[in-house]
Design a protein around this ligand. Structure first.
Ligand SMILES: Cc1cc2nc3c(=O)[nH]c(=O)nc-3n(C[C@H](O)[C@H](O)[C@H](O)COP(=O)(O)OP(=O)(O)OC[C@H]3O[C@@H](n4cnc5c(N)ncnc54)[C@H](O)[C@@H]3O)c2cc1C
Length: 414
């Protein structure tokens, strides 16, 4: 039998994967298990989803995409690409998407996954109701007006097994994606607000050494396309975020308008995304400190060079979800795609965090990071409330794994 691993192949799961076919079957499985973790689509780069007992997927539960008065209710195991196509066919849209449409809705929301855009919160910000199975096997639904709601979406899987989520929707919109080459790297800092505010969703790609930055502007169709912009020029053909990689997997560029779900992700649902042979880290810094963070990264450029494939800069609007990396502050997200060599990457990640943590960097929960529990807890003002909430729905630690015990230990609440 082939070994079950995460998408990147750097984490192996030893527990066999349980595949309940109905919600009652899932409830029975959870109630009868000592330890349970859920595996979404396995796109995290660390042991967050791993289990020392039962490992379960909700992908085989009946699929639901139900549009109602409060938005769209979707089954937790669906991938964004599946629900967005269904929404688009009804003339509806979500506010934003991550770089990849292959990621499950519940898994993405559980880790605070995000796209880009000065006024766009993380994907979890669209959730207005969630239904999950508690350790006792009971079904609980929480909505936005519930006092526990802020702790119940970005959960790292600590509260229970999510079976469905209701997401805010809006009328469908079209986006044109224009790639610019050659933005002078100095201007990323000096003209940061102009660069990142130039479109609905903006990503800037650099390696912190190259003097030229590539910028992907995903703008509402109909807005003017600048040809000469801050010293950058419109790319003469399609681009992949990583220099030299074929652009066939990337979503349509060149300013051709198209539906939001076919432009906001960087990669197409029908292709194998990115290159698979990589690790990722990401840090969330208050947006007001963006220019300072860029200086730190440029100073580290030579140290990053042996292990970096590309770095991506995005923005996220502040939200109020307790463990969301953009909780309480407008954020600049600094992403790193590394080579897939943990031994070489980890010392660089440690050096990077030493340099950037003084700016209040919060690491992505689902990616490679070096921070310890004390530092992580200091990043989140509502962490003690979250731990209390987890204990409410999971008093015996059924949903805990070594990752949670290490980073959010139940006992040192201090
Ligand atoms: C190529 C690539 C591109 C990426 N792009 C982005 C990006 O643009 N932005 C970004 O922020 N991140 C990005 N990520 C990271 C990714 O979005 C997160 O790691 C996300 O959590 C992955 O979702 P998943 O379904 O694969 O979850 P998994 O990795 O399988 O699990 C993550 C967590 O969610 C929990 N979970 C999953 N399903 C449930 C459920 N039903 N109930 C309770 N808990 C559940 C798991 O137990 C675990 O704790 C990317 C990753 C890859 C590999």
């Amino acid at each position: 039998m082939t070994q079950l691993t995460n998408w990147a192949g750097n984490i192996s799961f030893e527990s066999p994967l349980e595949r309940p076919q109905s919600v009652p079957e899932l409830q029975e499985l959870v109630a009868g298990s000592e330890k349970v973790r859920v595996l979404g689509t396995g796109h995290s780069f660390n042991t967050i989803a791993d289990s020392t007992g039962t490992l379960v997927t909700v992908a085989d539960l009946p699929q639901v995409i139900d549009v109602g008065d409060s938005g769209v209710t979707v089954s937790a195991g669906l991938r964004y690409g599946e629900i967005t196509a269904a929404l688009q066919s009804k003339g509806l849209a979500l506010h934003n998407l991550g770089s990849l449409p292959h990621i499950s809705v519940a898994g993405a929301c559980a880790t605070g996954t995000h796209g880009s855009g000065d006024t766009n919160g993380p994907l979890a910000d669209a959730v207005n109701a969630i239904t999950f199975v508690t350790a006792a096997g009971e079904l609980v639904t929480l909505t936005r007006d519930d006092p526990d709601f802020g702790g119940s979406i970005v959960t790292l899987g600590a509260l229970g097994v999510t079976v469905s989520l209701t997401l805010d929707v809006q009328p469908s919109y079209d986006i044109s994606q224009i790639v610019y080459d050659g933005l002078p790297v100095d201007r990323l800092g000096s003209d940061f607000a102009e660069v990142m505010g130039s479109a609905y969703s903006v990503s800037a790609f650099t390696d912190w050494v190259d003097p030229d930055v590539m910028v992907w502007r995903k703008q509402r169709a109909g807005s003017p396309i600048d040809t000469d912009w801050l010293g950058a020029r419109v790319a003469d053909g399609p681009r992949h975020p990583i220099k030299g990689m074929p652009a066939d997997y990337a979503t349509q560029q060149g300013g051709v308008p198209g539906p939001w779900n076919e432009r906001l992700p960087h990669f197409r649902l029908e292709f194998t995304p990115s290159n698979g042979d990589e690790l990722q880290s990401e840090y969330f810094v208050p947006r007001a400190k963006a220019a300072e963070a860029f200086e730190v990264l440029r100073a580290l450029g030579k140290q990053l060079a042996p292990v970096i494939q590309v770095s991506e800069v995005r923005t996220i609007a502040a939200d109020e979800l307790w463990l969301s990396p953009s909780q309480g502050r407008d954020t600049v997200a600094l992403h790193f795609t590394w080579i897939q060599d943990e031994a070489a990457v980890l010392p660089v990640v440690t050096a990077l965090e030493e340099a950037i943590n003084p700016l209040g960097a919060r690491p992505h929960w689902g990616k490679v990071f070096a921070a310890d529990a004390g530092y992580l807890r200091s990043c989140y003002p509502k962490v003690a409330d979250f731990i209390e909430l987890a204990a409410k729905y999971d008093p015996d630690g059924t949903f805990r794994n070594p990752y949670l015990d290490k980073y959010l230990p139940l006992r040192s609440q201090g």
